[in-house]
Every structure is written in structure tokens, then in C-alpha cells.
Ligand binder design. Structure first.
Ligand SMILES: Cc1ncc(C[n+]2csc(CCOP(=O)(O)OP(=O)(O)O)c2C)c(N)n1
Ligand SMILES: [Mg+2]
Length: 593
């Protein structure tokens, strides 16, 4: 059979190393799906329930595998559905290629059914490269450029394919004027700053008496190097949300997460340091970093546009985190003074103890922090953890103890709801032999994650390690925002927008052939986690959690406290229970600051 444009595209992606793509069909892209069927021994198509989920999976697949993530959808609504997941990849600097269908070339411009201006639609999210093909001889360089740009710049690219073009015979470009002759292949460069610049950075680090390190996603491949540098400088290290797995939490000088979802020792670390070394992080909230002028700053980032963005740095180094730190290490002097690190270790130890105590506070019915505390002691080696946006992201960031060898991620820059299950599915396709655990709020579960459990049921037999647990925090509330409204705006809980229906998530799991476990008593949690982690069928572990346990920043400002008091005094439906009970106990620590 003659090779079609669709066949060529699939074969060229294979040549680039692509082995699977996530998506959903439709007549705008049937020509490529025909090709996928013909190439099914080489290229796996993974069918999701919704195109947004396919794009989240492509983003997470890139995060967990380090390879290009590819998603595919039809014209019109298929293409528009992709957008949120693509922005997730873009905000978190992941290489993702979107392949989308379009109406036939002869119909374009005719207000035709499902005809949208897709190049305009993708112009922002795929601003590095978006092209609509119009000729068979053009698709070779479109694929080569879209893939090379996505992986080299760690960004999103898009190719738009009119449906009639996909079925035409493929032709290589002729050898004549006005043709493009591209080839596949890319070898990433070694990116290390100049020695003189490293030396300048080393001088500052050597002079510092209280060095604080902040790591982000860019440091995920540099664990050994960060540890070596931190030890030599007697530094403490905080972790931005996407850098959670960059350092294990059992190191006594690792202060945990930073920011609104952060910890007290991370706050103290930044407040008291005289030198800040920031590695591979775009952590957005400058108010959690040292005050301008307080600390001398050095930043390492592979993306120059991320430098000196959150704190005015004295030295801005463009480089790969591991390579740069390796080159820097021999220039650093062993610090003899231990008091700064001892201080950090003391406040970190006290903080873990405080978290332990908070998790044990009685709640109605289950304290959400206890869910994570019980997981932390049981989480299997090599596990991959994903979290949704919502209050569980606080517990994930703050309370979950990550060990060496684990991976963890979530929708960071975009902070979108509806990502934890597609992220977990992508983790399984990237590493079928590893246990995967997702943490999801009930609102996020209802949004899209629930439907994606059907995808789990469809593909679970392919995963060699059966451990796949989605833990749903059922608090019948959009809790993160309820607290934000109370604290940031001073508004009482707005039941119309915040309360959500109670749904038996565990029963849904059973209906679709998975296992459901329901916990409404704190003493059942440990056994429930054990059963879920060791189940040979994917599990929804539904826990009835208390919405009145506040997922609040480590240090409330006076203004925020005033807002909160106002909210509680002006008719919050949970006024009584909030002011008494768990709230008071959990707040006692914060209020006394
Ligand atoms: C797509 C999207 N819509 C809205 C938001 C704003 N938002 C952030 S967290 C949250 C509440 C999440 O509720 P739930 O999933 O039940 O988790 P909870 O906070 O109750 O634990 C909302 C509405 C968002 N981040 N993403
Ligand atoms: Mg909720």
C-alpha cells in the first residue's frame, strides 16, 4: 500500500523515538488514526476519556520519563479540549507535541463544521512552533521542527493537519528551489557556565555564613550534587513544589516545602540566611524568599529567562543543575562553622514533630493530615506520587515524607484541578514497574479524574506492578478555596459555590471493576493504606475528611488573621465548628506567632 501522509508522520515520530501517544479520535484526524492502526506494533495509542486528560498525560509522561510527550486530537472541540493540559506542560517547561486534525483544505475559511482557526488557537500555548500543513511535501520538516523545538526548548509545539491531507500519498520534497530538506535527531548540549563566573559564585558562597538553598524541578536530576554542595557549605535547603523529589525528607537539613504550602523551617531558613543559592526553580512567591538586600543571591537555571526573576541575584548562571554544581564543588571551601546548620536542623526536627502532633488532632471524622502521615510511613520504595490542586496539595507538599528514589509531581505552574489521575496514569506508562499513588480532592475527582479511572480499568493489565492507588479526600467542599476566601478576602463560606455533592467514589471504583476502600474512622486508615498499596487491582481509597482543618500558610499575616476573624464573625455556616474543636487546636500554634 502507498504510504500516506499519516503513515509518514507516525513513522517519522517513531524515528524520533516516540513510542506512544495519548489522545482521542474524531473525523478531523482519522487519516493519522488509520496510520496508527497500521503501525500499532510499533506505536501505542492510549485512549483517554477526554482530550484535556490526554494533554495532561503527555505533560506528565514528559515529566516522569524525560522524553517527549505526544497527544493527539480531532479538529474543533478535540483541539480546544487539549488546551489546559498543554498549558500545564508549557508552564512547567515540559516537551510536548500536540497533533490535531483540521477540516479539509477546500472547506477552510467556509465557516465549516468544526472549523476553528487552530493556528490562532494554539498561537500562545505553542508559541515556539505551531504550523498548519497544506502540502504532503511539507510534513517532513514540520514533524522534525516540532519535535526538535519541543525537546530542545522544553516547550509545547503543535502541528495542525487538514483531514484530506492526511490520506494523500506522502511525497518527499523535490530537489528544487523553495523546498525544505530536514532530518531527525537531536543531541542535547552540555550547558555549564564559564569558569570565571563559577569562581565569582564560589567566592560569594565561601563568604556566606548562613547559606540557604532553594531547589526546584530543575534540580531533580542533581540530588547527589545538591547534597554535596549543601554539606560543604553547611547549608540548609528548602524545596519548591515541583522540586519535592529533588531532596529526600530524611536529611535533617532539608526544611521541606516553601511558600503558601510550605513549612516553618523553610520560612525561617529564608528569613535568616545571608546567602541564597537557587537551583532550577521558578518558585513564584517572592515574599517567602529573603527580603531584597538581606542575602547575596546566586541562581542556576537552564533557562536564562528564569534568572533573577523572583529575587535580584548577584550572579546569574545559565547551566544544567548537576553539571554546574559538579563544576562548582571543587571551588567551594569546607565550612567549619556548624551553628547555622544546627539551628536549621533543630527547627526542622521540631517542625516534623509539630506536624506529627497536628496529624493526631481529633477531627470530624478524619484529619486529612493523618491520611498523609499514615501514607508517609508506608509509602513503597520507588513510588511515584501525584497530587491534584486543592487542600491535598498542602498535605502533599508539607506532610508527605519523600525518600530517595521516589518521584513526585503535580500541575505546578498552572495549578490546575483535574490532573492527579491523568498524571498517575502517565506515570504508569512511563514506569509500569513502579507503585503509583495519586492524591485527589473530591471536587477535582468529580471534575475529570473520576472518568479517567475508566482509563485505569482499561489499561491496568499492561502494568507489571499492580499498585495504583487514588486517595480521594471526601470533604464535600472545594476546601482550598473556602479557606482562601476566608483568609484572603475575609468572606464567610459561600455554600452555593463551595459545597459539593457527596459521591460514593469507592463504589464507583467497584462498579468499573476496580477496588474501593472507604474510611470514615481515623483508626482504620493505616490498615486501609496497607490494603490499598498491596492490592492486585487499582484502588480508590476514599477517606471522609474534615473540611475544618485549615490548609493555611506557615505564617499568617496580621491582615489575613483579621480577614479570617471577620469571615468567622459574619455568618460562616461552619462558624461554630470552626471556632471550636479542631480549628482552635490546629491554630494555637499559628496564633501564638
Ligand atoms: C481548573 C481549575 N478550576 C478551579 C481552580 C481553583 N481551585 C483551586 S483548589 C480548588 C478546590 C479544590 O477542591 P477539592 O478538589 O474538593 O479539594 P479540597 O480543597 O476540598 O481538598 C479550586 C476550585 C483550579 N485550580 N483549577
Ligand atoms: Mg474537597
Amino acid at each position: 500500500m502507498t504510504k500516506t501522509v499519516g503513515d509518514f508522520i507516525v513513522a517519522r515520530l517513531y524515528e524520533w523515538g516516540v513510542r506512544r501517544m495519548f489522545g482521542y479520535p474524531g473525523d478531523g484526524i482519522n487519516g493519522v488514526f488509520g496510520a496508527l492502526q497500521r503501525a500499532s506494533e510499533k506505536m501505542q495509542f492510549i485512549q483517554t476519556r477526554h482530550e484535556e486528560m490526554a494533554a495532561f498525560m503527555a505533560s506528565a509522561y514528559a515529566k516522569f520519563s524525560g522524553e517527549l510527550g505526544v497527544c493527539i486530537a480531532t479538529s474543533g472541540p478535540g483541539a480546544t479540549h487539549l488546551i489546559t493540559g498543554l498549558y500545564d506542560a508549557r508552564m512547567d517547561h515540559q516537551p510536548v507535541l500536540a497533533i490535531v486534525g483540521q477540516q479539509a483544505r477546500r472547506a477552510l475559511g467556509g465557516h465549516y463544521q468544526q472549523e476553528l482557526d487552530l493556528a490562532a488557537l494554539f498561537r500562545d500555548v505553542a508559541s515556539d512552533f505551531v504550523q498548519q500543513a497544506s502540502m504532503a511535501a511539507q510534513v517532513r520538516h514540520l514533524v522534525d521542527r516540532a519535535v526538535r523545538i519541543a525537546i530542545a526548548r522544553k516547550t509545547v509545539t503543535a502541528i495542525i493537519l487538514p483531514n484530506d491531507l492526511q490520506e494523500l500519498p506522502y511525497e518527499d520534497p523535490e530537489r528544487k528551489h523553495g523546498t525544505v530538506h530536514s532530518g531527525p535527531g537531536y543531541r542535547p548540549p552540555r550547558i555549564v557556565p564559564h569558569n570565571d563566573d563559577l569562581k565569582d559564585a564560589a567566592d560569594i558562597l565561601n563568604e556566606g555564613k548562613k547559606v540557604a538553598i532553594l531547589v526546584g524541578a530543575g534540580a531533580l536530576g542533581a540530588t547527589d550534587e545538591v547534597i554535596a554542595v549543601a554539606d560543604r557549605l553547611q547549608a540548609g535547603a528548602a524545596k519548591a513544589l515541583l522540586g519535592k523529589a529533588a531532596l529526600p525528607d530524611d536529611l535533617p537539613w532539608v526544611t521541606g516545602s516553601i511558600g503558601l504550602l510550605g513549612t516553618e523551617p523553610s520560612w525561617n531558613l529564608m528569613q535568616d540566611c545571608d546567602t541564597l543559592l537557587m537551583i532550577g526553580s521558578g518558585f513564584p512567591y517572592s515574599e517567602f524568599l529573603p527580603q531584597e538586600g538581606q542575602a547575596r543571591g546566586i541562581q542556576i537555571d537552564i533557562k536564562p529567562d528564569m534568572l533573577s526573576l523572583r529575587y535580584p541575584m548577584e550572579i546569574n548562571l545559565t547551566g544544567d543543575a548537576a553539571e554546574t554544581l559538579r563544576a562548582l564543588l571543587p571551588m567551594l571551601k569546607e565550612k567549619r562553622e556548624m551553628s547555622w546548620r544546627k539551628e536549621i536542623q533543630k527547627s526542622t526536627e521540631a517542625w516534623w514533630k509539630k506536624l506529627d502532633d497536628r496529624a493526631k488532632v481529633a477531627a470530624n471524622p478524619v484529619n486529612p493530615q493523618l491520611v498523609i502521615a499514615e501514607l508517609s510511613t508506608r509509602i513503597p520504595d520507588q513510588a511515584i506520587v501525584t497530587s491534584d490542586s486543592g487542600s491535598c496539595a498542602n498535605w502533599y507538599a508539607r506532610d508527605l515524607k519523600i525518600r530517595r528514589g521516589m518521584m513526585a509531581s503535580l500541575s505546578g505552574g498552572l495549578a490546575s484541578m483535574g490532573a492527579a489521575v491523568p498524571y498517575a496514569i502517565a506515570a504508569k506508562f512511563a514506569h509500569p514497574d513502579r507503585p503509583v499513588i495519586g492524591l485527589v480532592g473530591d471536587g477535582a475527582m468529580q471534575m475529570n479524574n473520576m472518568a479517567e479511572m475508566i482509563t485505569v480499568a482499561k489499561y491496568r493489565a499492561e502494568w507489571s506492578n499492580p499498585c495504583f492507588v487514588i486517595c480521594v479526600f471526601n470533604n464535600e467542599d472545594l476546601n482550598q478555596v473556602t479557606w482562601e476566601q476566608r483568609v484572603m478576602e475575609g468572606d464567610p463560606k459561600f455554600d452555593a459555590s463551595q459545597k459539593i455533592p457527596d459521591v460514593p467514589y469507592h463504589k464507583f471504583a467497584e462498579m468499573i471493576g476496580l477496588r474501593g476502600i472507604y474510611v470514615a474512622k481515623p483508626e482504620q486508615l493505616g490498615m486501609a493504606w496497607d490494603a490499598a498499596i498491596h492490592s492486585d487491582v487499582p484502588v480508590i481509597l476514599e477517606v471522609k475528611t474534615d473540611p475544618e482543618v485549615p490548609p493555611l500558610p506557615p505564617h499568617l499575616t496580621l491582615e489575613q488573621m483579621q480577614h479570617l476573624t471577620k469571615a468567622l464573625m459574619t455568618g460562616d455556616s461552619h462558624e461554630t465548628s470552626v471556632i471550636t474543636g479542631t480549628f482552635r487546636q490546629l491554630f494555637s500554634g499559628l496564633l501564638s506567632k
